[in-house]
Design a protein around this ligand. Sequence first.
Ligand SMILES: [Zn+2]
Length: 276
Amino acid sequence: MRPSFHEIQIAAYDRWERRGYSHGGDANDWLDAETELTFLGHYRSIAEHPLDAGRVVLGDGPNRRCRFCERTPRQVDFGEPRPIVPGRRSPVTAEVCGECRGDWLDALDQEFRRFWDRLANDPHTPLSTPAFKAIVAGALAVMPAGMLPDFVDAIEWVSNPDHDLDDRLIAGAECRVYRAGFLHQDPGVSLYRRVDDDDPVPFLMDFVRGDGIMIQVPLPMCLRDEDLDGRSIVHLARAPFGGTGYEYASSRAERLPLAVSVRRAPARRIPSAIAS
Ligand SMILES: [Zn+2]
């Protein structure tokens, strides 16, 4: 699971080579190589979808159902396939019905676009519950269909337009944000699942990258993570890199915690002696 000294040495050397063997930064090369190898030792990629790379339609087979309400095209109108990342042309999914879109998903899409555009320019952008739901809904739309039963609670939660309901279930949720010039290239969505089911790391990690940023979100409310109860779950970060020579950059994670709803923030107790 953990990378060996030798593996880190090779990966750190690779980064140094990419930097054009320039001096200084060896400690960072080592740290970044160890971070990335540790992540890749615990996870494997199960889905990779490039964005803006020509139209691809996902889930348009004969037995399609809406991924959120499970209805079929005989029961509900599906309309046009929907982009898996709001505001991007490709790929699109045919597995979301028109009613789910009209009832709650279109509103989340708008929230996501606002969040993403702001985050690309402002590191202090808050992560709201609707934006977080939109990211989770995007992952639910592209994960292998066989995994959906592990996310029944997440499906119910994202499709509920009352964003304050069940917010205790996502207390402490956060995403990680990476920022670097090379993240303008090859925009895409990736999903990684943990290799070992006894490993105390979240079952599924979602990544969305483009516009100079990448966000990493551990998918909440996964039934497979409940087996780990009693053990604290570790959220592993990554250290993606790109460019060569002076343009080489390795990007570190910044934490972006979910902003707590103001309406539901616990009321402060005023000691009676002061209150009276
Ligand atoms: Zn639906």
